[in-house]
Design a protein around this ligand. Structure first.
Ligand code: SF4
Ligand code: SF4
Length: 148
């Protein structure tokens, strides 16, 4: 697993610990529009995907096409019954970064994982910055090539 994948997974697991403590309905933040956004980002950077990620992406694309074709009404096309996403955290960064406390007041509203509010918030932003940088590094060459 690359650093990018490892850190994105770590961030998703960290925020999920807060979700488990506080959420009235886990996964209620997921919706089709965000699933589509994740797909659009993957399409944009598809040439940077590893072989494994590419096969996950193609599978997700197929799910998406089938949902569109049958016009099925779903709250989120990639959410499984057990409330996990078919896309791993590094393949849907907008979702991985999301946690209700952070989006409401830019910090956690309670401590968790043995951390105070300040410690947990600081940990979140440091991890998020790291993931952001690793993503930027991954796509830098692609963007440079397109500018030439
Ligand atoms: S976490 Fe997965 S299921 Fe939820 S909105 Fe994001 S891509 Fe969709
Ligand atoms: S991000 Fe918010 S809505 Fe989504 S699972 Fe966590 S607490 Fe619940």
């Amino acid at each position: 697993m690359s650093d990018f994948e490892t850190k994105a997974k770590e961030l998703a697991e960290f925020t999920f610990a807060r979700c488990k403590d506080s959420c009235p309905r886990l996964g209620m933040c997921c919706d089709d529009a965000q699933c589509e956004m994740a797909l659009a980002v993957l399409e944009r950077y598809s040439s940077t995907l590893s072989t494994v990620d590419r096969s996950i992406y193609l599978e997700a694309l197929e799910i998406s096409r089938n949902v569109d074709m049958v016009g099925a009404s779903r709250t989120a096309r990639f959410l499984s019954a057990d409330k996990t996403c078919k896309l791993p955290p590094h393949m849907r960064l907008f979702c991985t970064f999301h946690q209700c406390d952070i989006y409401a007041v830019a910090q956690f509203k309670a401590g968790f994982n043995g951390m105070t509010i300040d410690e947990a918030t600081d940990h979140y932003y440091k991890l998020r910055e790291k993931v952001d940088t690793l993503f930027a590094n991954r796509v830098k060459d692609l963007d440079n090539n397109e500018e030439e």
